[in-house]
Design a protein around this ligand. Structure first.
Ligand code: ACO
Length: 401
């Protein structure tokens, strides 16, 4: 038998980089991130400028097509999306099949995958126009699925969208309209949502985005790639952290608000507890998104007249962490998920829906990365490994084992 060493030598050199901490998977012109300085830009525009001056649909267009749209381009894009806003009635049967207790991220990834059955043309990835067809359809239908997931959680009947409303305003309506009541525009909530969605819209090659690119690299189609990305986002080390943060803050509050006790737990290497919403693979400085969201949390709660004790607990934890040697040495700062849940909670969004809101914001980024990967004709993603198992063994029949 050829021994493993000889076989390994025949396969050439393979680098091992668990977690891809230092391995680039692609070249990309979409998002620039400097983790040391805490800089984030979409297509060259600073996140601070975009969050302040643009709306979510403009940012989606920018990420996907590379330039800010002019008025006509934006109107055409929005009108193409509105054309596709219907979700097949049969999809409701799938939604009905889930128990109310189902986690909305599972519901969302399943429904996104199921959409392919009702939009068979969306498996076509062979041309720019075929991709555009998938892109406008998902930008139209995904918010409907998000609204369905939330209304199911809240036990509310499903609501239809309204084509006369703006993109984010329509999402707000589909999520919040009360049965038998007129929909009332809520500018504070809509502006807050718009900003949060922009801040989540892309973040280069994170776990879910890499998943979307790698699934898409097999030509699986946009919806299947997105469904996989949603599953990757669900985990508490990634997008699921926003739910975990709020649950942690509530637990600290219920425990008498003793932040020092939880700081000690986070530093104890024998305790699996981590300070959720802290730390980042790439940021070794303040996450610029967290800075904007913290300010926004103050504004939104102030404007809504809400005094939330967990906002004070969050600020207390941040202050302690900034002065604590453990966190300073490891460069652990609040990330995007630390303050976002406080705003979602103030807007009346259930905790289990927080990661779904993240997915809604990340949708344009996933689409942009998928489109870039297709246009650059990237090869199928297929990492290598270093085999460390048994050498060739003789088969032992069942009765002799
Ligand atoms: N609380 C306590 N200690 C932490 C934390 C934390 N939140 N994050 C990292 N550390 C410590 C680790 O224990 C490790 O310590 P050591 O060097 O003594 O062993 C060191 O800091 C480095 O941590 P790693 O886990 O190696 O860093 P990695 O880059 O692999 O992980 C991650 C980054 C997953 C974000 C991590 O910081 C974490 O688990 N944070 C909490 C979860 C979270 O907020 N995730 C959201 C990230 S943002 C996003 O995905 C949208």
């Amino acid at each position: 038998a050829i021994d493993i060493k000889t076989l390994r030598a025949a396969t050439g050199m393979v680098t091992i980089d668990p977690g891809y901490k230092n391995t680039g998977s692609c070249e990309s012109a979409i998002t620039f991130l400097d983790g040391e300085q805490g800089i984030l830009r979409y297509r060259g525009y600073s996140i601070e400028d975009l969050a302040e001056k643009a709306d979510f649909l403009e940012v989606a267009y920018l990420l996907i097509f590379g330039e800010l749209p002019n008025k006509e381009q934006l109107e055409k894009f929005h009108s193409d999306i509105k054309e596709e806003s219907q979700v097949d009635e049969e999809m409701k049967k799938i939604l009905d099949g889930f128990p109310k207790s189902a986690h909305p991220m599972g519901v969302l990834s399943s429904l996104t995958s199921a959409l392919v059955a009702f939009n068979p043309s969306c498996v076509d990835v062979s041309s720019e126009s075929a991709m555009y067809n998938s892109i406008v359809r998902i930008l139209a239908k995904f918010p409907v699925l998000v609204a369905w997931a939330m209304r199911k959680k809240k036990g509310l009947p499903l609501d239809y969208g309204d084509d006369t409303l703006g993109y984010v305003e329509n999402i707000h309506k589909m999520m919040f309209k009360r049965p038998n009541q007129e929909y009332k525009r809520d500018p504070i909530a809509i502006d807050a949502l718009d900003k949060l969605l922009i801040l989540h819209a892309d973040h280069e090659q994170n776990c879910s985005t890499s998943t979307v690119r790698i699934v898409g690299s097999s030509h699986a189609g946009l919806f299947a790639s997105l469904s996989a990305g949603i599953s990757a986002l669900w985990g508490p080390l990634h997008g699921g952290a926003n739910q975990a943060v709020l649950e942690m803050l509530e637990a600290i509050e219920a425990d008498g608000g003793d932040t020092k006790k939880y700081m000690a737990k986070a530093k104890d290497k024998d305790d699996p507890f981590r300070l959720m919403g802290f730390g980042h693979r790439v940021y070794k400085n303040f996450d610029p998104r967290a800075k904007i969201i913290k300010k926004s949390a103050d504004e939104v709660l102030g404007n809504l007249g809400i005094e939330d004790p967990i906002l004070d607990i969050a600020k207390g934890l941040e202050k302690e962490a900034l002065e604590d040697q453990y966190f300073v040495d490891r460069k652990l700062y609040p990330n995007v998920d630390f303050y976002s849940g406080i705003i979602y909670r103030a807007l009346g969004i259930p905790t289990e829906m927080f990661t779904v809101m993240f997915a809604l914001g990340r949708l344009p980024g996933w689409i942009a990365q998928w489109r870039e990967m297709r246009l650059r004709k990237e090869p199928i993603g297929r990492p290598r490994q270093v085999y460390i198992g048994e050498n060739l063994r003789s088969f032992v029949p069942l009765e002799k084992r």
